[in-house]
Each structure stands twice: as structure tokens, then as C-alpha cells.
Design a protein around this ligand. Sequence first.
Ligand SMILES: C[S@@+](CC[C@H](N)C(=O)[O-])C[C@H]1O[C@@H](n2cnc3c(N)ncnc32)[C@H](O)[C@@H]1O
Length: 217
Amino acid sequence: MPNAAVEKIRASLLRNNDEIEIHDLGAGSQQVSSKRTIADIAKKSLSPPALSLLYQHILQYNDARYIVELGTSMGINTLYLAQKKESKVFTFEGSSALTNIALTHFELLDTANIQLIEGNIDSTLPEFLQRTDKINFALLDANHRYEPTLRYFNLLVRRFNEKSIMVLDDIHWSEEMEKAWKILSRHELVYGSIDLYRCGILFFDPALNKQHFILSL
Ligand SMILES: C[S@@+](CC[C@H](N)C(=O)[O-])C[C@H]1O[C@@H](n2cnc3c(N)ncnc32)[C@H](O)[C@@H]1O
């Protein structure tokens, strides 16, 4: 069931026509800055409730305690990832306008198990991994380009164990993401994959014996 308190926040964001200035760190070296309404971001950039619920099921399935989300946006999906109080969610976001909004939501729902790491993931992720020894679940939903996706994958898997699970969002969104999914779903450390079209799930358990599925939600 969608979380009523979180969905109430989403509904208010969808009605909010205030504009904020966003630096798009996903645009490579060309720093693109643009003004967008909060409603537009809520409509186009957030995981829909069904996907957030799917992530919650995955966290339950592998009993994830250490969770990484690349791309916080306004923290709506993060609140779903943080449902289990004994888990710890590390969420990464480069836009300070968005981190301010996300932090307000975390406070509003009195969430104590989320740590928001602000800055460009290119530098914040390697720094974070130096002080972390395990990750059970990672959602890559920030820079949807080929090279950063592979780089983030290679960094994160060093902290994975065989029960860890990774989700890549928007795997068919662009040619670069198609290519990244094709390569990563056949990576030597990946023993199972599920292509759900909107996102792809990677498994690292050798017992899965290289099984790959394409499903429609
Ligand atoms: C699609 S949104 C995240 C949505 C969220 N995970 C959800 O499920 O609702 C992607 C976010 O990643 C952030 N982002 C993109 N590239 C980044 C980078 N290199 N460093 C930090 N944040 C980045 C953007 O600012 C944007 O807010």
C-alpha cells in the first residue's frame, strides 16, 4: 500500500507552482541551469508510488540495512526506502534547492535513518565509500549517462556482498542507458537480472547461475 503520509506530501508538491533554480549535474561538463516549478519536478522526476513500493519489497526480500540512493530529488522515494527504522539510507543529491526541500520532508515525517549527502556524486560517492564497508541495496537514479553509470556501478560493487541488489532506473531512456544496461546486466559479477522496462534489477548471488528475465509491470 502506498504510504499515506508520503503521498500527502507528493500531492501537495504536485499543486505547488513555485519555481526553483536547478543545476543539472547530469548534463556532463556543460552545467545547465534552469528554472522549474516544484509541480513539474514532482510530475516528471520522481519515482511513481508503484516503483517506490517495488523497491520497498526488494529491501524486505534481501533484508537490506545499508541502502544507497543516487539522486534524492525531493526525497519522496527516499522516504519509501527508509521505512524500516533499523536500516540506514544514504541519499545523494547535487542540487541545493532540492536538498533543502528533501530535508524539510525528512523532518516533517520525523525520519532519523536518512543521511543526505549533498554535492556532485562524482566526488561525494568515492568519499562516502572510503568510510563505508557494506551496501545491501543501491538505486542508481541520478546521472543517466553511460560513463558515470558504469563508474558508479564499479565503485558500489566493491562494497556489495552476494545478497546485495542494484537497481538502475531509466534503462531504456536513451541509447547511452541502453548500452549501460546491456553491459552491466552481462557483467561478470552479475548473476541475475530483471528488465522491467522502466528500471532494471541486478543480482550478485552466484546461486542464480546467470538467469536473465525481461518482464512487463
Ligand atoms: C530522477 S531524479 C531522482 C528521483 C528519485 N530517486 C526518485 O526516485 O524519486 C535525479 C536527481 O539526480 C540529481 N543528479 C543528477 N546528476 C547528479 C550528480 N552528478 N550529482 C548529484 N546529483 C545528481 C538531479 O539533481 C536529480 O534531482
